[in-house]
Design a protein around this ligand. Sequence first.
Ligand code: GAL
Length: 919
Amino acid sequence: MRERLSMDKDWRFHLGDPVQAKESSHKAVYGHAKAGGSRGPAGIEWNDNEWDTVHLPHDWSYRQPLDRENGVPDFGYYPRGIGWYRKKFKLDPADKGKQLLLEFDGIATHATVYFNGSILERNFCGYTSFVVDITDRAYFGDQPNLLVVKIDATVSEGWWYEGAGIYRHVWLTKTAPVHIVHRGIWVSPIRQVAGRWLTNVETTMGNESEAAVEYQLISRVAQADGNILAEELTNGSCGAGQSAVITQDLPIEDPALWDVDAPHLYKLHSTLVVNGEEVDTTVTNYGYRTIRICSDTGFYLNDRPLKIKGTCNHQDHAGVGVALPDGIQEYRIQRLKDMGSNAYRCAHHNPTPELLEACDRLGMLVMDENRNFDSSREGLRQLGNMVTRDRNHPSVVFYSLFNEEPLQGTPIGRKMVKRMIRAVKKLDSTRPILGAMNGGVMEDEGTVDVTDIAGFNYMNGGYDKFREKHPNQPIIGSETVSAFSTRGNYISDNNRQIFDSYDREKASWGNSVRESWKTINTRDFVMGTFVWTGFDYRGEPTPYEWPSVSTHFGILDTCGFAKDSYYLYQAFWLDEPVLHIVGHWNWPGQEGQKVKIMAHTNCDEVALYLNDILIDRQPIDIYEQYEWDVAYEPGTLKMEGYQDGQLVKVSEIQTTDEAHTLRVETQKPVLAGDGRDAMAVNVYAVDGQGRFVPTEQSKVSFSMKGSGVILGVGNGDPNCHEPDRAEERSLFNGCCQLIVGSQAGEEDIVLTIEGNGLQPVSYVIPVQPAEEPPFVPSIDERYINNWLITQEIAEARPDPNVTIHPTDMNSWEKVDVSFGALQMLRGASGYVIYRNQAPVSDVEGSGRPYLWFHSISGDVEIYVDGRLQLKQFILWPESLEVPLQGVELKNQVTISVLIGITPDMYSPGIQGSVSIRTK
Ligand code: GAL
């Protein structure tokens, strides 16, 4: 039966290309050209003991110091470079005969995947998930498997922080030879008439067995509580080595619809039966919903017009680079939901699958975007991958083919888009397709009218003109706003490279939040907006460069702390009354000076009080909001919000005392002790009365006990150069954040936070016992494979240390001893020599080194660098320990094993794995 195991744990990692001894002999070159012959760090003998141990997801880029000299502003001045990952693991003998698939959710950027010494895959897009079939090449039992990934992140695909490394999850899936193929389920519910749906299911099964099979596919629709609502059985046959596509329609009456407010999910259970035995089952989450677009009235979800209130986002977060634990995906999507946002644009690339799962669960629509605008075979492969991976997600409602491509308004672009659309529609014709354009929309021979939707990046003034020309084409603000603000800051300062928060700073091509929303919300034919950006991200510190290392565009900072515009969106997008005071009231020494104060509100009238004295009462135009210059006087600034004359909301800010201690808020009440969960822990400076101190900038330090670990820290300051992998951080305008990860265990976490002059805080995060999801453990042992054996059985005892001429590829042959005894030695008499070379330098100091033969028999003599180590007659195969004596522990020693054979020996020779161990 199917098993899916995490491959995230315990990889060896090396930054940069390890120095390799030059091997230019014919023997080396010849050997390297053979299957399994990869050398250096890709080979089994490579010593990675000194490499770091890391867990996935892992991003090495942000862990490096910032590099102003060589760094690129777009990448946030973080170095990228080359990195190597190695993982050695064993497979159970019971896995023999199974199909084994490695799934890589994403690697930045160019990845070469080696498995047991052969390159099995090359992947060229840092956002594309891919699989590697290791079925043919796997070892079972004692002989370990070696998975190596070389990553070249010197190449880039974007103009933002892309990270570097295996920054998403890796999985190993084991299935029976007759199975449902990878991504072989496509569920596409179709509404027939109101309340009646057909759940269209396309299942692809594969038969990798040696014989044709008769199969039965059972598909069942289950509610969230497990209750089965529909079932369909299909019988069929499938030839050996063939695959079959089975189409089924499961009728469902009145399903609970997936919607942004109530994201009901269903499960499709697929079971494949052969000869009365269940050979495979999978579970696919999906939802029932309809989408429709109209050139006059925009987007419809479940027949309800829905203005798209979206944000564009890249994928990094404070503390963890692009290697986000799943819990942080959830955190980010929830922060956007709480703002009233209903849509997320994966700019400018497809996301990790866990992000889409979070969007499915939380009710967030998704524009899934392709990275490379490319209609070549490779381009279409990347695009097709996105579609087949993501099409079961109810959250995904748009596919975007490109962002701001110079060819967008040209006949070449048109041809490319046509081909790409055809490729997408073949796989999924249920989602409208667009390109995010920043020009070319008025060109007749461009791309715009061949897409389902015209995507407008900025170009606010162009909507009406375009509509005149193309009245039947729906329009969306695929990218909007690009306003600048710095969280908690109220005075723009060019020297300090920070912006105020009064919604007036913006890129020259952008708009204020208010301008943009007014333009879009007053035009029914514009489907909605995708604001640049939801979260600040590393890199692209426009309009600045160093010392700014991350953006100023976000509505939230890199930690997810809200800037003031967050509340402006709430005012626009939430139905409940919102009244937020933009500004703080801590201006010591500035008594009598004017301080700008602004309301972000959806109330129709606001009254402003200073120390209980009414200063002003104003009607509010929702698209304008309102601001006052108030003479500073310590105390309380209060706003009252009125709706139709009724008081509906009160907000106030107060002048606080100095910071006294810290307040901790966690993303969720408990952390699962499963070794995988993670959460954001937000830290706020507060005064003696527990009031937030918005001006505190001091450094605080963290320590932690219990089943948790600090994965990283951040504070949302775009100019901060403190490391994110640390146990301390400066508060930025009163806040900082820790990302806390679970370590398998049940001990509650005690987080202690200390700051200079601040009362230390001890905060308990309860840990809920939870099972660790199944994973593939790594092993650390050093194995020697790639033995040579003399091709002929010598009658007379040869010199065991005879030199092999480097051009001689034919007196010796390669032998994989892990497969057991060689038939040619059975019943023979004479001598053979096994020969190998292995590095033993590292074992020095760490204990007494010895060679370990899992199974060996014969009249055995073992030599290392010509020195006899052991001589023993072994009639029946047994394991053997050979301490190394008088051997210089250098990088390469030569091991020779002479075996005398007589016909009465049951199975002479080396017949199992060999390793170097220490005591
Ligand atoms: C757009 C681009 C985004 C980002 C943004 C900044 O042109 O699509 O990736 O660079 O500008 O305003």
